[in-house]
Ligand binder design. Structure first.
Ligand code: ZN
Length: 193
């Protein structure tokens, strides 16, 4: 059986595929069917803009320009149908975006991959070292806990990953703090030499 070819021609105004005879010679090149060509210019403009909104509705991700276009059309004072449609699409896209943002993954610290633990360890080291330098003292357990929570929170903000602290995390915090203290003592020794 022969492959079925799409017959006819696409109209960029109404977005429909129509038979070739429904396009005039000029309309063919401009991709406007006879029916749409007969419409008043303002209606054609509105339908064309609605077509643009339709395209954004099915896209996975919108560019900044597309967001701006939707926002602009949703406030249109010239085209009521466009305004209503763009507002609906905009509302739907915003809800989808929120949903994407709230999709947080959760894992206990001890279940993380070694590579990630190492990365977190580096951040922890940096923040604890900063604390030592700022307060010229080792953090108390409570302060260490706060520093650790700050590090974990950055993963929630940046990667939507909620890391729940467990015993292994507390141990990691203590170890890194001890390492920092040892490194500082070493640096002080070297400076005295
Ligand atoms: Zn048309």
């Amino acid at each position: 059986m022969a492959k079925k070819k799409r017959q006819g021609h696409y109209c960029r105004i109404c977005g429909e595929w129509k038979a070739n005879e429904q396009f005039s010679g000029k309309g063919h090149a401009a991709h406007i069917c006879r029916e749409c060509a007969a419409l008043p210019l303002s209606r054609r403009n509105e339908l064309e803009r609605i077509g643009r909104v339709e395209q954004t509705a099915s896209k996975l991700r919108l560019t900044k320009e597309e967001w701006e276009l939707l926002e602009k059309y949703a406030k249109s004072t010239t085209y009521p149908e466009l305004k209503a449609y763009a507002a609906t699409v905009l509302e739907h896209r915003r809800a989808m975006r929120e949903l994407g943002r709230s999709a947080v993954e959760q894992a206990a610290y001890s279940d993380l991959e070694d590579e990630l633990k190492e990365e977190i360890g580096d951040l922890l080291y940096h923040d604890i070292l900063f604390f030592f330098e700022e307060s010229a003292a080792a953090p108390t357990w409570r302060q260490l806990d706060r520093i650790g929570k700050g590090v974990l929170k950055s993963y929630l903000t940046a990667f939507h990953l909620r890391i729940t602290p467990d015993e292994s995390w507390s141990q990691q915090c203590r170890e890194v703090s001890e390492t920092v203290a040892a490194d500082i003592a070493q640096m002080d020794l070297e400076q005295e030499d």
